[in-house]
Design a protein around this ligand. Structure first.
Ligand SMILES: O=P(O)(O)OC[C@H]1O[C@H](OP(=O)(O)OP(=O)(O)O)[C@H](O)[C@@H]1O
Ligand SMILES: Nc1nc2[nH]cnc2c(=O)[nH]1
Length: 186
């Protein structure tokens, strides 16, 4: 498949996994399920900075209903491609989640560490419910202790970039999601 919007990245990418159009269609599909599941309820969607900015922006606009939006920033990766295993809150919510239906939105779950930690942290604040939506999920996270209610795609264990996903702060602004060439990170 031709790489659509990625000429300036040269041979940094090996293949396109999902195009912009495929991502938009998947986000719409997720939005329809979320609308149905939260019908008649208030909903707060929480984006995990910084990678989730694209999916939050697209998902929020795909939802044909009122939705409150807030953000958290946590650190678990540093600058490499493996989780450090230590999660720290860099920016907390501005919203009190007590009694609210909370949907945490991320673009990828890899080890599952970040969202397992985050849901446990948010659960301790007494929300009415807490669920997770992720566009991508890697194999290791399939068996994570917290159930992930909304998954766009399960993908193989390779390092992907684009649509919010970076490597050393590059490639986040690509519209497609692609696998990063091993020579970039090895
Ligand atoms: O399931 P895990 O192995 O914990 O990995 C998933 C986390 O990693 C990514 O964030 P990252 O730490 O790269 O920060 P960023 O969103 O600012 O790029 C992604 O957005 C998830 O939050
Ligand atoms: N960019 C990027 N960040 C990640 N964080 C956890 N897994 C990944 C991945 O495959 N790509």
């Amino acid at each position: 498949m031709a790489l659509m919007d990625t000429e300036y990245v040269g041979d940094d990418l090996v293949k396109t996994l999902f195009t912009h159009d495929e991502i938009q269609a998947k986000v719409e599909e997720m939005a329809r399920r979320i609308e149905k599941d939260y019908e008649g309820e208030d909903l707060l969607i929480v984006g995990v900075l910084r990678g989730a900015v694209m999916i939050m922006a697209d998902l929020a606009r795909a939802l044909n209903r009122h939705v409150e939006m807030d953000w958290m920033a946590v650190s678990s990766y540093g600058s490499g491609t493996k989780s450090s295993g230590v999660v720290r809150i860099l920016k907390d919510l501005d919203t009190d989640v007590t009694g609210k239906h909370v949907l945490v939105v991320d673009e990828i779950i890899d080890s599952g560490l970040t969202l397992t930690w985050l849901t446990s942290n948010l659960t301790s604040r007494g929300p009415a419910s807490i669920e997770i939506a992720t566009l991508l999920r890697k194999p290791e996270a399939v068996s994570m202790p917290v159930e992930v209610k909304y998954v766009g795609w399960d993908i193989p264990d390779e390092f992907v970039v684009g649509y919010g996903l970076d490597f050393n702060e590059k490639y986040r602004n690509l519209r497609d999601i692609s696998a990063l060439a091993p020579h970039i990170y090895s």
